[in-house]
Design a protein around this ligand. Structure first.
Ligand SMILES: [Zn+2]
Length: 317
């Protein structure tokens, strides 16, 4: 049988999604389970196994030649293990070996979720055709990944491009990661909302204090909401400019819930980039919204599996 498909798994703190994907990135079969994130590691793995079992029940399964996993991080692709912050039952958990067993011995490629979304954006989204790109997810946290020289650059452990935890404020607030003034500590959705509330913004009658509600207030002209987005935009711009200066990217793609805020984010972000990205070789840097949607994690995991069949460095196993 010709193995022209791959199986993809997108493992996060709330759901485990699976799919069978063809070489054009089309999803031909799907499965999904909630993540029992507060349970022990074996229980979480049982949910992953159930997703694989659902996919294996498809008549298309016999055409799958590899499995790609995009997992909440940190991951260690070189060891085949994951330690997702939001899944405490998994610490240095041997996910690659477990999935290989559950999938009948198929080869398994593991990447972090930020790298997976980068793979999806490079394959099918806003970074398509760009050989040097930074792709970011700005939502509850801030993650990212890099395309360098036309290829996904996951790094030795699969975490390269994790822009959320580079510091852009040396004396800034402590970050849960242990550092200070990280991009995530300033620009994530919860931190945008927290700062707006601390500075006197109040939600409407529905009590919605999400970053999306702050974005709506900013669009309506609320100065505190505008200022909170401007601060997030400056943090993102500083991180993007640093990345561009280090490795010469020509585009930064921003996805995730905060990335959907539109011009209340992108207008101050582009303005701040002109302040931070000043050298000749980074001045033409473009910053654009992501184009892939809710399937980005699955599509990116599939891309990793397809690359892993010809590139052991990406396979990480
Ligand atoms: Zn941090």
């Amino acid at each position: 049988m010709h193995t022209d498909l791959v199986a993809a798994l997108d493992i996060g703190g709330t759901k485990i999604a699976g799919a069978l994907v063809d070489r054009e990135g089309r999803i031909l079969a799907r499965a999904q389970r909630p993540t029992p994130a507060r349970e022990d590691g074996d229980t979480v793995m049982a949910a992953v196994g159930a997703v694989i079992g659902d996919l294996a029940a498809s008549p298309l399964w016999e055409r799958a030649g590899a499995v790609g996993i995009g997992s909440a991080g940190p991951v260690d692709a070189s060891a085949g293990t994951v330690s997702p912050v939001n899944v405490p039952g998994w610490r240095d958990y041997p996910l690659v070996a477990q999935v290989r067993d559950a999938a009948g011995g198929l080869p398994v490629a593991l990447i972090g979720d930020g790298v997976a979304i980068t793979a999806a954006e490079h394959w099918q989204g806003a970074a398509r055709g760009h050989d040097n790109a930074l792709c970011m997810v700005v939502s509850t946290g801030v993650g990212g990944g890099l395309v360098l020289g036309g290829r996904l650059h996951p790094g030795p452990t699969g975490n390269a491009g994790h822009i959320g935890h580079i510091s852009v404020d040396l004396d800034g607030d402590p970050c849960p990661c242990g550092a200070r003034g990280c991009v995530e500590r300033i620009a994530s959705g919860p931190n945008i909302a927290r700062r707006a509330l601390e500075n006197g913004w109040r939600p409407g009658p529905d009590g919605d204090t999400s970053a999306a509600a702050v974005a709506a207030a900013a669009r309506a002209g609320d100065p505190v909401a505008v200022a909170s987005f401007e601060r997030a935009a400056r943090a993102l711009a500083a991180g993007i400019a640093a990345t561009a200066t280090l490795v010469e990217i020509d585009i930064a793609v921003i996805g995730g819930g905060v990335g959907k805020a539109g011009e209340v984010l992108f207008t101050p972000l582009r303005k701040a980039l002109t302040e931070f990205a000043t050298l000749s070789f980074v001045r033409r840097l473009a910053v654009v919204p992501a184009r892939t949607g809710t399937d980005a994690g699955l599509v990116g995991a599939a891309a990793a599996a397809l690359m892993g069949r010809t590139d052991a460095a990406v396979a990480g196993v």
